[in-house]
Ligand binder design. Sequence first.
Ligand code: SF4
Ligand code: SF4
Length: 468
Amino acid sequence: MLNSLNALTVLPTDPPLLYSPQTGAYLAAAQSEAKDFLTYQKQEAPDWLDYYKKLKGKRKELQRFILNCFTPPAAKPQYQPFQTSISFLGEFKCNLACVYCFNKDAQKTLNKTKHFSEKLFTVALQKFYKQKSGWPAVDFGYSGEPLLFFDWFQKLWAINQKLAAQYRKPPAALGIMTNGLLLDDKIIAWLEQHGCWIGLSLDGGAEATNSGRGAKVFERALKNYKRIFSRNSWIKYQRGVSATISSLNPDVSRVFRDLWGEGFRQIYMKPNRAAADNPYGLNKKLWPKLKKGYQKLFALFTADLRAGRLDRLLAIASRFDYAGRFLCRILIHTPVTRRCGAAYGSVSLRNNGDVYPCDTYAAMLKHQLGNIYTGFKWERDFIPAVDDLEHCRACAYRYICGGACRVWQEYNDGDASVECALNKFLIELCFQLAAELEKYPEQKQLLSACIKHNIVPPTRPGSRKEKK
Ligand code: SF4
Ligand code: SF4
């Protein structure tokens, strides 16, 4: 088993076969640049299985054990090395009107007179390339449809290459997350030739996707996206999909199986951050379905391990998946001290240069940090340290969780209870899976190596569509 999986993790070099906004090379740069941030001493990973067996059924003791394992050595944790990232929003323009889209608020504040500009790309990228620490990841057209402005993406690519050469740094990786409706052979060929990653956004199978996005959206998007599967180059390994979990598709197990069955091999599921009273938001009424869905999904992964199979677990073992990031932190033992790097490390830009903490925050004008042309202020404590949050400071899982998403909490008038309950539940599932993994040292070693080096194993060329 290990040999066949090992073969899958080999990275062809021309060009690299990583589906990720951050290629291996990029991550190496980020890690070495991040030394001036506080880093935690590496602790030996504990023998989860032994501990888990001993403590199984004793929830409080298990929590105390987890807390001890994840207590950072510094008395007061400071800043973890979040990646620097810039997101060019494109004013949230989209060719769909998904019923659950919380960016409808942002669309009300569209700046209709301004388009992207080469000046915007240049000024923003220059600021980030000049920074000593970190290395920019660049997102384009997030929270909208980037293929509506593909000509601007091409310009961004050219500016990025030029500035990277000028500052003698590797260019920030660029790519596109699309709803797939405008994808054609010409665009695919361009992305292929220029080494850009591409991912699809779907909400599961036909039923889940079309109920939120419109009739036949699933079929049309998939037909376009599958054009890349048959190309004879590195791009055919791009099998990434991102799914929003809302009241329309709370059974994550079904979402995962449907997307896996269509041939996707990096499957990232994230909850919709709408308010709990929004008809499409996640709330306590949906809790039993959500919980059951995750339990079924983790039962599938456990059964896979017993059958000597790791590929489906690898599909979510990434910091881009809501549950997968907890598993990553547990397995490679990387505590976090904050939820995210919004406003301090990552920012999102409107077309007129206005700067916001993240793309979701760009809907809230009161949180504008400044303007890229006239100046903006980083806000180190915009996302508070988890130890400074009253609700979290005694939580056993705080260094795996980092606290609740601030913007989701704001949409819920300060109430983080739904997200908090979800996080605790998922972290416990991840611990159970980590304990199970202890029985399979080869798989554990391989999985940890993939996570550590940000390796997404390419799918076996020619692999067939599997039964769901
Ligand atoms: S949000 Fe909840 S799970 Fe996360 S650290 Fe705070 S109390 Fe713990
Ligand atoms: S505030 Fe929430 S939505 Fe914004 S970057 Fe942080 S986790 Fe993501």
